[in-house]
Design a protein around this ligand. Sequence first.
Ligand SMILES: [Ca+2]
Length: 520
Amino acid sequence: MSIQPFLAITLIGLGTFAALGAEAQRPNIVFIMTDDHAAHAISAYGSKVNQTPHMDRLGREGMRFDRAFVVNSICTPSRATLLTGKYSHLNGTPVFNRFDGSQPTVAKMLQAAGYHTGMVGKWHLGSDPTGFDHWIILPGQGVYNNPAFITARGWQTNQGYVTDVITDMGIEFIERRPKDKPFFLMLHHKAPHREWTPTEKHRAIFANRTIPEPSTLRDDYSTRADALRENEQTIARDLTRRDLKLTPPPELKPPNRMAWLNEKPMQVEIVLNGEKRTLSGDALVKWKYQRYMQDYLACVQSVDDNIGRLLDWLDARGLAANTVVIYTTDNGFFLGDHGMYDKRFMYEESLRIPLLVRWPGVIKPGSVSDALVLNLDFPETFLEIAGMKAPKEMQGRSFVPLLRGREPRTWRESFYYRYYHDPGHHNTRAHYGVRTETHKLIYYWKKDQWEMFDLVHDPNELRNLYHDPAQQRTVTKLKAELARLKKQVRDDDAYANELPPDGVDREPPRRDVAQSPPGA
Ligand SMILES: [Ca+2]
């Protein structure tokens, strides 16, 4: 261990850190976060559907976390947690409401401690970023092609594909940094968020591939809560013509064209080997899954290419050795698992995030951790990397000891999760629950319905054991653990029945929205 933590605290107090010659030795932090990238679409995580050599490189040269999770699986709340180190009910952002940027954030703390801080890409918090020396963000979700950005000086539009543009901006931020300070860069990609618009180059890679279907694509939800039967994020019923990149008939003009694109087709006409065919039923499910995954994976491939480009650039500039590079995403995603796309639910595919960390000289290359880590832990981890102490209000825990190869005996063995947006998009029912190393208990409280899964014997979460008489001791234990955690994180059901208003999506000028999907 170095004496940096002590020095940091003392010298920040004296305000003389910048004058210290050792300043440049504090590690830089590049935090790359995508939007909706499921861990099971990364080859380092054993993907059966794609290859991601550059993300894999981070794992090979650093550490792969196999049990990294979010505490509220949706974009805006995840980002608020990432900045504050607090659960949604304490940072005031349980759904798509405006983030209060006047509260303490990790960016402000690093900035105050002498880091040059930057935020580039998807922000999606409704308010302007605070605590950053430089920021440039997509309005709301942003668009894939020729995206508009908001800066402190106003709006601008950049030509090009959003993943390339954001990577360029990240590199430019590092290039222009003051050389006497360490830097902290949040590089947040839009990809691979819906509606999954890839570049032509990446689309072509997957266009003629048949992606293997997940074993739970046709899950009938038997034994599970009504929430699954009521969800509106299914491959079979809920993908729109826009999602499926179907081309509107030329005679349709706006707004009818929009309406046509937003409909969820239960029958689709395709041309196969020069022959017109009408797909419905299971043939349509198969086809929809392929269309969805081909575009999703093509968007991921562009992210992977750009991570490769950034890593090469860090090498070329001699920055790699003293820069911690982190790759993760804001929430997991269903890739046809349980018949769904999207996230929100507490099931593994949506709950889990990829987390790959490279820190030369500290992490033993090729390490793997199966400790339970959370997006809640990021701020405290950044602070410890910077040699600082986290404020008591933060609710996570720095995973730097894990990076150093030592799992503390007191590391968490369970965690609390809560999803709020109900009524909300995709009709996902509000729920909360606990995940331990071996089990999961979920409570859909508005319906008073419970689910309990044995993750060791049923990793796909297909058998709800909540009502099984043989499992009642486990159910009772998990209920007690859920109550304990709920109290520990100080969740008093604020927002349970009254959610703050939506306020996140700032619409870009209309010309930037125009983005016709490629043909089917
Ligand atoms: Ca997301």
